[in-house]
Design a protein around this ligand. Structure first.
Ligand code: AHR
Length: 615
């Protein structure tokens, strides 16, 4: 095919197009991106057990509700020592199927109650090998009357695997015949941007490498709650972690909410992401709906959340935010009302529920872009208020993504209206068989769809693959973009991750018209230019055989004869697997000229990005 790229005309590309959707699913929050490595540290959720704590030495352990740390953290770990015991005893925590132990500095916090004065030993230990990778002796004084807070850091050497525990031991002779109580132990490696209670450095860097522009949070289903009472509640995710009760999340496990509202926004600030804040719309996953006058408290709750985030420090909630360390208002420019309100019998009441939130929020914060959680017109108010965007989700087979290539080509353009593809992923092959992680064919079909989005990015403002992250041992939803567990080097990108990265790191400001001597399919393309004089041409070949392509930009002046070419390909069913990456982009250069063109081959089931730079 010969593609001729015009240097004039075209449409403005949304500067936000590629971004992230995040919710705590697959232990992607606790046990995933959040830096804290000890599981069940606050005994949160509906039915806390003592797993994965274990006694060390002859101590016995139990969950105790008669010595709560706070009104939010209502259980502590009681560690009892039989009379006459000597030596060091205590307890361990095995994290999320192992504690990742790396050459790193760990921050360790915990509370202790009970009469004790002497040495406490903190260690990172191989669970089977007994090898000690980190050890620190602390001299502490604790009393029986209240909890004492202990805060320390120590260095660790590298463990070869993820089979490690954190353990705390103390001098048994001092406690013999009695007990000590421990609460909310926390263990953090150095975090992304070295934040207290921050996200993991390795995961943060891996996501940052994708060059994302926005973060949609906190759900997804995990916003909604099994019932209205168990929805994600912003005000229970802020302030000191000992004041956060956590909740039974919507993906089958307890959420600590240590990754709370302000931590999400810290992530946004550190990664330069525009927050897309989702608020509860009255619809719960179990079908429980608050509507009509029953919705009023929730509308007020959303206004309170916005006062907390945006209010000056002279407002009650703005002052609270300031007291938690963020005096400046956050930069909230986008807010989504609900999640998938077209589902779970939410559709019939969504227009009125949306309108109640919209009216209240828009009146106070007219510059916030409000996003409806569905694009289905039958669920939306008619007419849709000007400036409102709508969210659409696609979990599709490859052929379906290819036929959605032109989904937005003839979509009505109305002033201020925008589309947000808040979730999309190839989830099954063309026979409907689900895929574990994305295959090359599936990722190329996503690329075809993304080319369609980019061609329409005057209308399509944002798009995010979902779900973002899994802990391999809790992969309740597959495929996911990225995964990890406790093993060193376990952080792995799927084929789709590399396609996202290829496209998101090659963004123009203007989408340029392209003429071609062939029609779309199996080859698809989009061209763009930047304000710095670069040209990008993205291509996806959904066919099985290679395609020779010549790209001409006849009116481009002053560009280098050497263009960069990144290509990703593999067998149709090839896939990356945890700790097993075989499909990666390769980089090369192509010689040519603007008028004569740059000629190269796009492999069967391949994605390519050509970069033409100023000379
Ligand atoms: O991404 C997984 C789930 O898919 C989300 O929680 C939900 O919004 C959608 O149904």
């Amino acid at each position: 095919a010969t593609l001729t790229v015009s240097t004039t005309g075209g449409n403005a590309s949304s500067p936000l197009l590629y971004g992230l959707m995040f919710e705590d699913i697959n232990n992607s929050g606790d046990g995933g991106i959040h830096g804290q490595l000890l599981k069940n540290n606050g005994f949160q959720g509906t039915s806390p057990t003592t797993s994965p704590y274990a006694a060390v030495g002859s101590a016995t352990i139990s969950r105790d509700t008669s010595n709560p740390l706070s009104s939010a953290i209502t259980s502590s770990l009681k560690v009892s020592v039989a009379s006459g015991t000597t030596g060091y005893v205590g307890f361990s925590n095995a994290g999320y199927n192992g504690v990742p132990v790396n050459l790193d500095t760990y921050a360790n916090y915990f509370w202790v109650k009970g009469a004790y004065s002497g040495i406490v030993t903190l260690e990172l230990v191989g669970a089977s090998s007994g090898i000690v990778y980190a050890s620190q002796n602390l001299t502490i004084t604790s009393t029986a009357s209240s909890f004492s807070y202990i805060d320390t850091t120590f260095a660790s050497t590298q463990s070869p695997d993820g089979n490690n525990v954190w353990q705390l031991t103390f001098d048994a002779s001092q406690v013999a015949g009695g007990s000590l109580w421990f609460a909310l132990p926390q263990l953090f490696p150095v975090t992304y941007h070295a934040r207290y209670n921050g996200i993991r450095l390795d995961v943060g860097n891996f996501l940052e490498a994708m060059n994302p522009s926005f973060l949609r949070f906190p759900g997804g289903n995990n916003l909604e709650g099994a019932s209205p009472a168990t929805r994600w509640k912003w005000n229970e995710t802020i302030g000191p972690v000992e004041d956060r009760p956590g909740r039974q999340g919507d993906w089958g496990y307890a959420n600590t909410d240590a990754l709370g509202l302000m931590e999400y926004l810290q992530w946004c600030e550190d990664m330069n992401l525009a927050p897309v804040l989702a608020i509860w719309s009255g619809l719960s996953l179990g079908g429980g709906i608050a509507s009509g006058t029953a919705l009023t408290p929730y509308v007020n709750d959303a206004l309170n959340e916005l006062e907390f985030l945006l209010g000056s420090t002279s407002t009650t909630l703005g002052a609270l935010r300031s007291s938690y360390g963020h005096p400046a208002p956050y930069n909230i420019t986008m807010l989504e009302i609900g999640n998938e309100d077209n589902l779970s019998s939410g559709c019939s009441t969504y227009a009125s529920r949306f309108t109640a939130f919209y009216n209240a929020i828009h009146a106070t914060y007219p510059s916030i872009t409000i996003i409806a959680s569905t694009t289905s017109s039958s669920c939306l108010p008619s007419p849709l208020p000007s400036g409102v965007w709508t969210d659409i989700h696609h979990y599709e087979e490859p052929h379906a993504f290819v036929s959605l290539f032109n989904e937005f080509d003839n979509y009505p353009r109305t002033d201020g209206y925008g589309i947000f593809v808040g979730e999309y992923a190839n989830t099954a092959d063309d026979s409907g068989a689900t895929t574990y992680w994305s295959t090359v064919q599936g990722a190329v079909s996503e690329a075809v769809y993304m080319i369609g989005l980019e061609r329409n990015s005057d209308l399509v403002k944002m798009a995010s693959y979902a779900p973002l992250l899994e802990h391999y041992d809790v992969a309740e939803w597959s495929p996911d973009l990225v995964g990890l567990d406790a093993r060193p080097g376990s952080l792995t990108g799927s084929v789709s991750y590399y396609v996202q990265k290829l496209f998101s790191t090659a963004r123009g400001n203007t989408i340029l018209p392209v003429t071609s001597d062939t029609a779309f399919n199996p080859l698809f393309w989009v061209a763009s230019s930047t304000t710095t004089g670069k040209y990008y041409v993205k291509l996806a070949n959904y066919g099985t055989t290679a395609q020779s392509v010549t790209i001409k930009i006849p009116n481009a002046s002053g560009v280098s004869a050497t263009a960069g070419l990144q290509t990703l390909t593999g067998g149709a069913t090839s896939s990356n697997y945890p700790l097993d990456v075989t499909v990666l982009p390769t980089s090369t250069t192509v010689s040519g000229s603007a008028s004569g063109g740059w000629t190269f081959s796009v492999p069967g089931y391949g994605v390519a990005v050509l970069t033409v730079s100023p000379a």
